[in-house]
Write a protein that binds this ligand. Structure first.
Ligand SMILES: Cc1ncc(COP(=O)(O)O)c(C=O)c1O
Length: 368
């Protein structure tokens, strides 16, 4: 094993100690189902829009994307100042955490959840408080409410939750907000909102007028298929978003990303068709897994969660051998994105292979 080199200059030790980001392994000719990406290419008009942006590459982009903010504000019945645009919603998460939490403060979230959450408090000098998911893999919101202290500055609620694909219901969220102090920032991370089909799921936008401490985050990376361009957006009180804007790295949202996002918004029908297609594949995969004996939480994002426990690494190896690149989170489980139509049969054959290979392995945690 390589011994890490000591830095030649004084750096923040908590940053130096942060684990390096690990990308999943890939296999030639396999299906990449490891990053919750959209298998479809960009929507019509996007490539043309990026061509227009290419012609003005010698210019800086327009700071806070006013045209796109205006479009989103009109679409959701808000004022432009209640909209924020960032270089991916992960950037907006970082800006909000930086704006609200510093040394000695706490950022509270459910775990396991989005891998970036633990990094954000470290960057701003705050600390993480993690509340374990319920046994059914959803957020334990009453426990999260109980974990709030006078040092808590941000609570992140992720629905659908990455990687378990579980939702928070409208009534669970209302009960939670009733327990949260009015001056505590709550971020509802809805990166996968477009894929939700459960009628009981919470939707953040209609709640903005009720909760002055709520910010809702969405992205063009997933349903809209613009992951490579890095563009996300959020809605919330203007004064909170102004602070997040102040905490941004200037001019991070490229002209390409802004024009591509606007071109995508022009193609709602195609977007909905694609999302419906992915939801249908998700239903087929969920039914197939259930038939094989897996207990998979009702998936509401563009991904499913296999609770492989201590067998996670072995199971991921079997998937890889079968040409399926998924995202293992040992020792909890594996997240598998919904990908190309052709990947479904191969995926279900691979999960059957896992069952057959690991079912009789002696263990305190049987695979099924
Ligand atoms: C829950 C959640 N939030 C936010 C993001 C960030 O998305 P982006 O920065 O691409 O908008 C992701 C990406 O995987 C995610 O899973």
């Amino acid at each position: 094993m390589d011994v890490p080199e000591a830095p030649p200059v004084k750096l923040r030790p908590e940053i130096v100690a942060m684990p390096a980001y690990r990308q999943g392994r890939s296999v030639e000719g396999g299906f990449k189902l490891s990053s919750n990406e959209n298998p479809f290419p960009p929507l019509p008009g996007v490539l043309k829009a990026t061509q227009r942006a290419t012609e003005v590459l010698h210019r800086y982009p327009n700071g806070h994307a006013p045209e796109l903010s205006q479009r989103l504000a009109e679409r959701y019945g808000l004022l432009p100042e209640q909209v924020i645009i960032g270089a991916g919603s992960v950037s907006l998460l970082a800006q909000l955490v930086t704006a609200a939490a510093s040394t000695g403060d706490e950022v509270l979230y459910s775990w396991r959840s989005f891998e970036a959450y633990p990094l954000l408090p470290v960057l701003s000098g705050a600390s993480s408080v993690r509340v374990p998911n319920r046994a059914d893999h959803g957020h334990d919101l009453p426990a999260m409410a109980r974990a709030i202290t006078d040092r808590t500055r941000v609570v992140i609620v992720c629905t659908p939750n990455n990687p378990t694909s579980t939702i928070v219901t409208e009534s669970e969220f209302a009960a939670f907000m009733a327990m949260v102090p009015d001056d505590l920032l709550v971020i509802l991370d809805e990166a996968y909102a477009e894929f939700v089909t459960d009628p009981e799921a919470v939707h953040g936008v209609p709640l903005l007028s009720r909760y002055p401490n709520l910010v809702v985050l969405r992205t063009f990376s997933k349903a809209y298929g613009l992951a490579g361009l890095r563009i996300g957006y959020g809605f919330g009180p203007a004064a909170v978003l102004d602070a997040a804007r102040s905490a941004s790295i200037p001019l991070a949202v490229t002209h390409h990303a802004q024009l591509a996002a606007m071109a995508s918004l022009d193609h709602e029908d195609e977007l909905l068709e694609r999302v419906a297609h992915i939801a249908r594949l998700r239903a087929t995969i969920w039914a197939g897994l259930t038939e094989q004996g897996w207990s998979v939480p009702d998936p509401q994002g563009n991904f499913v969660w296999l609770s492989t426990g201590e067998h996670t690494e072995a199971a991921a190896e079997i998937l890889l051998r079968n040409g399926i690149m998924a995202r293992p989170f040992p020792p909890e489980g594996i997240r598998i994105s919904i990908g190309e139509t052709e990947s479904v049969e191969k995926l279900l054959a691979s999960t059957q292979d896992i069952v057959e290979s690991l079912l009789n392995v002696p263990s305190s945690q049987p695979i099924l």
